[in-house]
Design a protein around this ligand. Structure first.
Ligand code: NDP
Length: 275
């Protein structure tokens, strides 16, 4: 049966690919982001199945308006895909707290606020699905990834608590944990890393890590966005969706090593290779 899906961060990368895939399966996809020109372009690829929706996930009024727009047209939201996010990489000492707040505003508080606004409609409707895009960075930590790691660890804890709370209402919560995925994400994270470390005691190590990120995201070793779009599709369509989907370059091995290695070993290995 065709589902009404609201997906954030649909103007680029994983969200864009997932919107196209889900619309191709016959679902009605409300594709949300700030860049409307990108969304209009996306909608023109699957006319009648993708509907652009203006959304700034850091703005309460914008979140409310986006949810109401879908409810007024469809009367329900069956699936919410919380995908919008970015990586503010940088040394903890030099990243301004204001910037750290922005990281959390987008990656966790925005996600939480949208979820809170959608939940009453899902309960009224007798069920629904919430799919939260976390990261390998929600299960393992790297130097200069601090605020991004904090935001994604928060997505993990938020999703785990929510899943237990909403189960009696027929609402299923899945977490997607992508490894390295070739999107605009890498360039944005590397830019922030270089800018925030410039002129500081961390500049050299941060610069090395930024170069590694750029090389990785510019090369062919990372997984395509379609890998995560497939996982989102499974979480949307499976009768019994998994609670966690680990997929994409390095996700299984990274999470496993972080879980089993003594912390001192993890620190030493990661710093040797990254910073
Ligand atoms: P992209 O940079 O390609 O896409 C990010 C999306 O988030 C854009 O559509 C952007 O839309 C949206 N976004 C950013 N800020 C806001 C905001 N304030 N309000 C609304 N939307 C916003 O990156 P990805 O596709 O790779 O990222 C998607 C998700 O996957 C993110 O949560 C990311 O953390 C996660 N992830 C990515 C990995 C990777 O290696 N690429 C690995 C693990 C997780 P716009 O600017 O138009 O608003």
């Amino acid at each position: 049966m065709a589902k009404v899906i609201l997906i954030t961060g649909a103007s680029s990368g994983i969200g864009r690919d997932a919107a196209l895939r889900l619309a191709g399966q016959g679902h009605k996809v409300y594709a949300a982001a700030r860049r409307m020109d990108k969304l209009e372009e996306l909608a023109s690829e699957k006319q009648g199945n993708i509907f652009p929706l203006a959304l700034d996930i850091t703005d309460e009024a914008s979140i409310e308006a986006a949810v109401q727009a879908v409810i007024q047209k469809e009367g329900r939201i069956d699936v919410l895909v919380n995908n919008a996010g970015f990586g503010y990489f940088g040394p903890i000492e030099t990243v301004p707290i204001e910037e750290a707040r922005k990281q959390l505003d987008v990656n966790i508080f925005g996600l939480a606020s949208l979820t809170k606004k959608v939940l009453p409609y899902m309960r009224q409707n007798g069920g629904g699905r919430i799919i939260n895009i976390s990261s390998i960075a929600g299960r393992m930590t790297v130097p200069f990834g601090g605020w991004y790691n904090i935001s994604k660890y928060a997505v993990e804890a938020f999703s785990d608590a929510l899943r237990m709370e909403v189960k009696p209402f027929g609402i299923k919560v899945s977490i997607i944990e992508p490894g390295g995925i070739k999107t605009a994400w890498g360039g944005i994270a590397a830019d922030h890393l270089e800018e925030s470390a410039a002129g500081s005691a961390y500049e050299e190590r941060a610069g090395r890590f930024a170069r590694i990120i750029r090389k990785g995201y510019g090369g062919n070793l990372l997984s395509p966005a379609s890998r995560i779009a497939k996982a989102i599709s499974r979480a949307t369509n499976a009768r019994r969706p998994k609670l966690r989907y680990k997929t994409g370059t390095g996700s299984h091995i990274g999470i496993l090593f972080h879980a089993i290695l003594p912390t001192r070993w993890w620190d030493a290995i990661i710093c040797k290779f990254l910073a």
